[in-house]
Design a protein around this ligand. Structure first.
Ligand SMILES: [Zn+2]
Length: 356
């Protein structure tokens, strides 16, 4: 008898526990407010902390779709990707401007902007960086559970047109954005950054391919997901998304970007032998293992003086002409220099000129 009663009591207790578990899960918050955002003073302080890295930076924002292109929605049709992208981009613009950045935007309202025109606007704007803001959808329309945060860069790391600085920026944005959203980074990548060749092999996204400044495309989350569709129309959540991107950008610039500059009196061209040197600079120092040099798209040997941070290239049997040169290097924080593409012009009167 006694034993039966005990079993009965423990069964009731278990049921209570299960019910308590259910009720607490229904109260589980849709998202958390970041500690450096929910309080006005903390927000102002964070913006001011990052302003030393963001002030004066020229950033082009591109909220995807809009106008005639409003077809990407959740199943019910009340979460419209174009509108979510715009809200996030406008809040991001506000935070960046408060930190002293100069912000350009491809649209600031619901308007049609052709894809090719977005890159054209960015290329002509004088901006340093391009950030396209999107939200994702799965390949299968019945899939309402897939959800992760990803940031795309152009090409793959073994392609000549791949620029490692794009993936650096993608990495920083991804980390803080997925963190504030509480989203995973997806199973197709270890850090949530993805090549656009994964979607369109050999071509990538037109908006990344045609934009000539460092560029990334953010897929904030899946507007088709049962979780994301409950959050993406909440204004606070859009502000928090923008905050994640803002913080990621601040940290990207804080990690420093190396510079590459030719040393004017170092160039020599004699008996078809070219020699020239470049100074590589960064406050955290240059990672010598990160350096590669291309002449006419072919990797060439070089010397690097690790004390003076001077890179020297020597090429023999080079007839007079114009040669594209490309240099890649990263600092000790892992951030790469912005794309360095120049033209070396050599003529038989021992003249060497470096052109843009
Ligand atoms: Zn989109």
């Amino acid at each position: 008898m006694r034993k039966n009663n005990l079993i009965k009591i423990s069964a009731q207790f278990m049921l209570l526990l299960i019910l308590a578990g259910c009720s607490s899960s229904s109260n589980f918050p849709l998202f958390e407010y970041p500690v450096d955002w929910k309080d006005n003073d903390a927000r102002t302080k964070t913006i001011s902390d990052y302003s030393q890295y963001l002030s004066g930076k020229k950033i082009f924002l591109d909220p995807g779709h809009g106008g005639e292109d409003r077809r990407n929605t959740n199943k019910k049709g009340d979460v419209i990707e174009a509108d979510v992208n715009l809200r996030v981009a406008l809040y991001l613009k506000k935070y960046l401007e408060q930190a002293g950045a100069i912000v350009f935007i491809s649209r600031d309202k619901d308007a049609t902007v052709q894809l090719g025109y977005r890159s054209k606007l960015a290329n002509n704007s004088g901006a340093d960086l391009f950030i396209s803001v999107h939200h994702n959808a799965p390949g299968k329309t019945e899939d309402d559970y897939t959800n992760y945060t990803s940031v795309y860069y152009h090409a793959k790391d073994f392609n000549y047109e791949y620029e490692p600085c794009n993936q650096d920026m993608a990495r920083y944005i991804e980390r803080d954005l997925s963190y504030v959203m509480g989203n995973p980074v997806g199973l197709g990548s270890f850090d949530g950054t993805y090549s656009d060749y994964n979607i369109y092999p050999g071509e990538g996204f037109s908006v990344l391919r045609k934009t000539k400044i460092p560029a990334v495309l953010i897929e904030g989350g899946f507007h088709t997901s049962r979780l994301e569709e409950m959050r993406l129309n909440i204004d606070d959540f859009n502000q928090i998304q923008a905050w994640g991107i803002f913080r990621g950008l601040g940290k990207y610039f804080r990690a420093g970007i190396p510079t590459i500059s030719p040393i004017a009196d170092s160039t020599k061209y004699e008996s078809q032998k070219l020699s020239l040197s470049f100074s590589l600079n960064d406050t955290s120092g240059i990672n010598h293992k990160s350096i590669s040099v291309y002449l006419e798209k072919r990797e060439v040997d070089f010397q690097f003086d690790r004390d003076k941070n001077i890179l020297t290239i020597e090429v023999e049997n080079l007839v007079e002409g114009e040669y594209p040169v490309r240099i890649i290097c990263a600092n000790k924080n892992g951030n790469h220099a912005l794309p360095y593409h120049k033209s070396i012009v050599v003529t038989n009167d021992a003249c060497v000129e470096i052109r843009d």
